[in-house]
Design a protein around this ligand. Structure first.
Ligand SMILES: CC(C)(COP(=O)(O)OP(=O)(O)OC[C@H]1O[C@@H](n2cnc3c(N)ncnc32)[C@H](O)[C@@H]1OP(=O)(O)O)[C@@H](O)C(=O)NCCC(=O)NCCS
Length: 164
């Protein structure tokens, strides 16, 4: 039987688990590292998936760039929970949060474009998001050899299934 997992907004007690999840992948250069301070400051933008014992099994965040645009950021699922739909559920929850905030376009820079494509995102040019390039890419150590692919999705009010 599949484990009972529920999704909710992150709480201060989740910070250490979020940092551990993200930095586990950062050590493989799959994600950028994150600090407890940054997670704490952005806590209202984080969604977590927790098991019945309260253990955080997955997380993700909205990183806002304008009133209508945000990035799907810090998306990570525990290694032993891959393939059970948690990544898809976290992104769906972030999309709901985005709609509630009036955001109608989401993008991500990712090494796993196939995952995003399977949940309705389309590959696009990162040049569409100069705000992201200015904020993160321009100062990134990997900026001249970046292997990440840009994916995006337009969220239309009242619909749940519109790809960009
Ligand atoms: C990428 C990641 C978030 C996917 O989470 P997950 O819980 O394993 O994925 P799900 O079970 O929700 O899969 C949803 C769909 O995506 C597909 N999928 C999952 N990972 C995939 C991948 N790496 N490549 C292609 N498709 C993938 C699944 O087959 C599934 O398709 P289906 O609905 O047609 O069966 C997870 O593997 C992860 O944490 N990776 C390391 C960190 C990372 O790369 N984060 C993204 C940074 S932007």
């Amino acid at each position: 039987m599949r484990e009972q997992i529920s999704l909710r907004m992150a709480q201060p007690a989740d910070v250490a688990a979020i940092v551990a999840l993200v930095n586990d992948y950062a050590s493989d250069s799959v994600m950028l590292p994150i600090s407890a301070e940054r997670v704490m400051l952005a806590l209202e933008d984080f969604v977590v998936a927790a098991d019945a014992r309260g253990r955080v099994r997955a997380c993700g965040a909205l990183k806002e760039y304008s009133p209508s645009l945000a990035e799907v950021a810090s998306l990570a699922v525990a290694r032993d929970a891959h393939g059970a739909g948690l990544g898809k559920r976290i992104v769906a929850e972030l999309e709901t949060l985005a709609r509630m905030r009036g955001i109608d376009e989401l993008f991500a820079l990712t090494m796993t474009a196939g995952f995003f494509e399977s949940i309705g995102y389309a590959v696009t040019e990162r040049a569409r998001y100069p705000e992201k390039i200015r904020r993160d890419c321009a100062s990134c150590a990997r900026r001249f050899g970046c292997a990440e692919v840009c994916v995006a999705r337009v969220l239309r009010a009242g619909t749940m299934d519109c790809a960009a």
